[in-house]
Design a protein around this ligand. Structure first.
Ligand code: SF4
Length: 206
C-alpha cells in the first residue's frame, strides 16, 4: 500500500505543464524549514493500492504528467511504488517527476531503487536547505539537482537550469484550512504565517 498525505489532480506549480501531484506520507529526515513537516508528523494519511492510485492519475484528463513529492517517495514500500509507476507507464504517456531528499548516486546503488528510477523522467535530488534558497524554479535550494533520466525533457535542460520564476497555488479546503502548493521562499512563508496566525487561520504547506 502507498501512504498519501495529499493529492492534487491539477497543479502548475511543481513541474512542466499541468500535473497531478502526490505528496507521500513520512520522511526520516528533518530538514530545517521543511514545509511538509507538520503533515509528515500528523499520522494522517490515506492508503492506496498501486493500481488505485494509478487509476486516479490516469483519469485526470488533460495532464502532462505527475509529480511525486512528500514526505519522501523512496520511503514508501518499494514494490508498491514500482508497481504504481509501472502502471502509469503502461497505461499512459504521462511524464514522471520525482523529488527526493536522497542523492541520486546513493539511490542508484540499490537494486530496488533501480527498478523505480527506470520509470522516472526527471529526479530532483538533495535535502532542502532553508538558507540556501536562490529562488530557482522547481527546486527549493541551490544544492538540489535535476537528473534527466530519460530523453523526455532532456532537450530543455539548459532552460530548466536557469529558470527563476516560481508559481504558488493557494486553495481553501472544506475545513477552512489553506492548502499551498509549490516552492515558497522562506520570507513568503514567514509573512503569510504571521498574517494568518493573527487571524487564527491554519495553513498546510506542500
Ligand atoms: S527530505 Fe523533504 S520531506 Fe524530508 S524533511 Fe527534508 S524537505 Fe522535508
Amino acid at each position: 500500500m502507498l501512504r498519501v498525505i495529499r493529492k492534487k489532480a491539477f497543479c502548475r506549480a511543481l513541474g512542466p505543464g499541468c500535473r497531478s501531484v502526490i505528496w507521500f506520507y513520512g520522511c526520516s529526515r528533518s530538514c530545517l524549514g521543511c514545509i511538509a513537516d507538520s503533515m509528515n508528523k500528523s499520522n494522517k494519511y490515506e492508503s492506496y493500492e498501486p493500481y488505485q492510485l494509478a487509476e486516479w492519475v490516469i483519469n485526470n484528463q488533460g495532464i502532462e504528467g505527475i509529480t511525486l513529492s512528500g514526505g519522501e517517495p523512496f520511503e514508501q514500500p518499494k514494490k508498491s511504488l514500482e508497481q504504481f509507476l509501472k502502471s502509469i507507464r503502461k497505461n499512459s504517456n504521462l511524464s514522471i517527476l520525482c523529488y527526493t531528499g536522497n542523492r541520486y548516486e546513493k539511490l542508484i546503488d540499490d537494486i530496488e531503487n533501480q527498478k523505480i528510477l527506470k520509470y522516472i523522467d526527471v529526479l530532483i535530488d538533495g535535502e532542502y536547505q532553508i538558507n540556501n534558497d536562490n529562488g530557482q524554479r522547481w527546486r527549493g535550494s541551490e544544492n538540489q539537482r535535476f537528473h534527466f533520466l530519460t530523453s523526455r525533457y532532456a532537450a530543455e535542460k539548459d532552460k530548466w537550469l536557469i529558470a527563476r520564476e516560481r508559481q504558488i497555488e493557494i486553495e481553501l479546503d472544506l475545513n477552512g484550512s489553506i492548502l499551498l502548493s509549490g516552492i515558497p521562499s522562506k520570507d513568503f512563508i514567514e509573512n503569510l504565517t504571521t498574517q494568518l496566525d493573527a487571524k487564527n487561520i491554519s495553513i498546510d504547506f506542500s
